[in-house]
Design a protein around this ligand. Structure first.
Ligand SMILES: Cc1ncc(COP(=O)(O)O)c(C=O)c1O
Length: 443
């Protein structure tokens, strides 16, 4: 398609599409890129310019764009069944996916409830927790606990357990209040303190709250190992282990939001495996469909499921979404799980991650960078004394250098798909450094 046509797509989009998480006026200066197609880690615009999708298109894409194996599975599924309602009916893709996810949790979380977006999964987990306690006669358990800097999505319930002022403040009057505890973010370590010491301090904050208020608390919700949207705040797995113990001692549900960190992102398939624990509810989305289709899932324990199992309809979980358990999305997820198994992805990612960490050393050691950190396939760096508009200026410069990177505030991060070859790894690292140097040179 010609350059004219591209200009046309951008203008038409700006006239008619209200873009997410965007102050639309910024597009007077920040270019909007009209994507024509994707191949592997690359997105192409209508001019034929390309961008390495180093943040996996908002953390969803695992095995590249237009992946032949996922495409093949979807084409086959399309000729079988595109959708059928999941109340009163069931189908092969949703059954197989639920069984495989249960097996991946060693059958600890054997009941899968389906929705479409991450925020819906969070809403479901919160409602289920409250309702399970209610069915058990604990009607006072109505409160939720979240972490400082937490992010769980944009719907009213999910926003209530989110602590990012930029997203939350405008809607304050609409939201239920929740209890906010200290983040275990390892960057808070004082002189001589380790990440585990910070984890212990943060767990002590939870303990204090539970000792006073557990009778009114239904659940605590945590993004395990990495609080992504607040700026890739990473913590020691010990925190999760300690909170699991506190939840058991005080009768509080543990909800782990693995929407961003699940599906191998932190090095294990589920982040919580690194702490050797399982939650009562585990929320999955983003990568589970390989980044193809909206799909979210809440995996729940047997005891939770049993709390709803009754002859009384009102004791059931009467929540639904029209596209719950969509067969195409489930089939994309099954193809994604096949790739994990067939390609030994978790082991291959270790090698890939080591290479990228090495290649990123010049950025990590840059005099204007602090807190270089990595977990699995997530890398983050905080820019020191970044000037105003750093994130937008960095993004614009990155697109000039064939990269899709969007810093969060002053935090530059990489969350690439799990398919980069050596050349792409070296190119990504070198260009990220170059983009950073150009961005700060322009201040
Ligand atoms: C940890 C976490 N929870 C929930 C969500 C919300 O997911 P969605 O945008 O699909 O509603 C996100 C999205 O970034 C997330 O990172």
């Amino acid at each position: 398609m010609s350059a004219n046509a591209d200009g046309d797509w951008v203008a038409r989009s700006l006239r008619s599409v209200w873009h997410p998480c965007t102050q639309m006026q910024h597009h007077e200066t920040v270019p909007l890129i009209a994507v024509s197609h994707g191949r592997g880690p690359w997105l192409y615009d209508h001019h034929g310019d390309r961008y390495l999708d180093a943040i996996s298109s908002w953390w969803v894409n695992l095995f590249g764009h237009a992946n032949q194996r996922i495409n093949g599975a979807l084409k086959e599924q399309l000729d079988m069944l595109e959708h059928a309602m999941l109340a009163g009916f069931t189908h092969e893709p949703v059954i197989r996916l639920s069984e495989r996810l249960s097996a991946l949790t060693q059958h600890q979380l054997g009941h899968a409830f389906y929705a479409s977006d991450g925020a819906s999964a969070v809403e479901i987990a919160l409602k289920m927790s409250f309702h399970a306690w209610r069915n058990a006669g604990h009607t006072d358990k109505q409160e939720f606990v979240c972490l400082k800097g937490s992010y769980h999505g944009e719907t009213i319930g999910a926003l209530a357990v989110t602590d990012v002022a930029l997203f939350k403040d405008a809607y304050g009057p609409l939201l239920r209040s929740s209890r906010i505890v200290m983040s275990p973010d390892a960057r808070q370590a004082a002189e001589g303190e380790t990440a585990q010491d910070v984890a212990r301090r943060a767990a002590a904050d939870v303990q204090k709250l539970f000792e006073e208020k557990a009778s009114t608390i239904a659940a605590i919700i945590i993004e395990p190992l990495v609080q992504c949207a607040t700026g890739m705040a990473m913590h020691d797995p010990l925190y999760l282990k300690l909170v699991r113990e506190l939840c058991d001692q005080h009768g509080v549900h543990l909800v782990l939001d693995e929407i961003a960190v699940g599906c191998g992102r932190t090095g294990t398939f589920f982040a919580c495996e690194q702490a050797g624990i399982w939650p009562d509810f585990l929320c999955l989305s983003k990568g589970i469909s390989g980044g193809y289709l909206p799909l979210s899932i809440v995996l729940a324990r047997e005891e939770i499921y049993q709390a709803f199992y009754s002859a009384d309809v009102t004791r059931g979980f009467l929540h639904s979404h029209s596209y719950t358990g969509n067969p195409l999305a489930c089939r994309a997820a099954l193809a994604t799980l096949d790739i994990f198994e067939e390609d030994h992805v978790l082991a291959a990612n270790k090698v890939r991650a080591d290479k990228l960490t090495k290649a990123l050393a010049p950025l990590a050691n840059h005099e204007r960078i602090t807190n270089a950190r990595q977990r699995g396939m997530i890398w983050a760096f905080d820019a020191i004394d970044a000037g105003p508009g750093f994130s937008r200026r960095f993004f614009t410069e990155a697109t000039r250098q064939e990269l899709l990177l969007r810093p969060i505030g002053n935090t530059i991060y990489l969350m690439p798909p799990y398919i980069l070859n050596d050349e792409e790894i070296d190119g990504l690292a070198a260009r990220t450094l170059s983009v950073f140097e150009t961005t700060i040179a322009g201040e």
